[in-house]
Design a protein around this ligand. Sequence first.
Ligand code: NAD
Length: 488
Amino acid sequence: MTLQSTDATFSTHSPATGAEFARYPISGPTEVATAVAAARSAALWWSARTSRQRTATLLAWNRLIVSRIDEAAALIVAEGGKPESDARLEITLAVDHLAWAAKNAGRYLAPSRRSPGLLMMNMSATVEHAPLGVVGVIGPWNYPIFTPMGSIAYALAAGNAVVFKPSQYTPGIGVWLANTLREIVPEHALLQTITGEAMTGEELCKSTVDKIAFTGSTRTAKKVAATCAESLKPLIAECGGKDAVIIAADANVKDAAENTLWAAMSNAGQTCIAAERVYVHEKVADEFIRLITAQAKSVKAGTSYGAATMPSQIGIIASHIDDALNKGGVALVGGRESVQAPFVSPVILSEVPEDSTAVTEETFGPTLVINKVKSMEEAIAKSNALRYGLGASVWSKRHGSEIASQLHAGMVSVNSVLAFAAVPSVPFGGVGDSGYGRIHGPEGLREFTYARSVIKPRFKSPIQFTTFRRTKKTDNIIAGLIKILFGR
Ligand code: NAD
């Protein structure tokens, strides 16, 4: 096979003005293969380090990121268009995850002893968590440091090297991340960033990396899964969502309104776990709607949040608003006129039929559907009706956990919003069209390892059955044992 190189480049633009910001190379098969080969040798060195040495390296990297937070925030603002304080909050969450992964990998990936069972009681049984080798991370643009860090930090902490393909909308912060780790470990390519568009991501999936950690849309995840299937490459798929907020009759409605508004509108609604639909009990619905619509008046596109990062999303947002209104929905705040590319002002819709695309599909804009329900059973059934199952939020003083446990979702915040993303010790991920596999927490660390079972004898067993010299007497002892152990 001849590997092809590419001299092509692509440019990034300011979402608000469209002005070109920077140009980056489009990595082709040659560049991807070269990066993976360098990562392979780095992985050999890194996996042979003790867990304490890895912790020290990753914490040094974390300190460097913190000391350069201004630089990183400026890049995120320029490429993605979000307000600077949002960029800083995002970096804060990313370094919190990196620190947690660095400090906890040793503990959660330590070999564990298992009971060998009565039949094999002469053996000792141990499970080790071995690094996979090289992990390919493919990232989206909406949280260009926080989201990939959920894979990068955990993969590195587990002893792997990483090749990262950031979104073509936000490559700069990805390149910056790899460069900063290179300052800490100049002699080994622990983290490399390859830039490019879909084709570069596809090449990474076709390469010899040992696993792909993908974050992006459900549509792309299916293509990624198909490519990975050709080489039986394992995949974590962190995809889109249509998160529901359930508000019970006993909820603190004031807190629910304030937090739900932020969960729906912040980052211009471009959050995989954004609040997109609310099911509010009819007893408190009027008060909830009064509070959230009043507060929405002070939320402004251009100051509270930035422009839509991806120009093509504007058409999808407009089509969902149109569909809701055409099917009988009511605009409580804004409406079709709120879409003024590249900005979209807050839109709150109500009485939207459940078959409208505004309810069934990910909008990824600053829009929110609020529908009244007669009971929590109805709210739960409607929340669970979609193929998506990423996050959810439940507001109830007495029944929060009870409602949460009935939701078909990977993560639930009770009397709070989005909180699970900021707790590094809990896994992050979804079910159904929201994907599979987990990042964050001990589960996220283990995703980047494989389990190796090691069994060895502690003493010679009187019953030898892994030999052709097995006797009739041994067979009788085994038959008797089975009856005693399982037959009663
Ligand atoms: P996207 O699917 O368009 O792109 C994601 C990445 O995949 C990009 O880097 C892109 O270049 C790459 N890519 C595109 N085609 C590819 C292919 N055929 N093979 C390999 N890689 C390919 O998504 P996006 O627009 O960048 O991000 C927004 C989406 O991400 C939303 O749906 C959002 O909900 C989701 N998201 C999910 C999470 C989560 O953790 N579940 C977090 C953030 C964003």
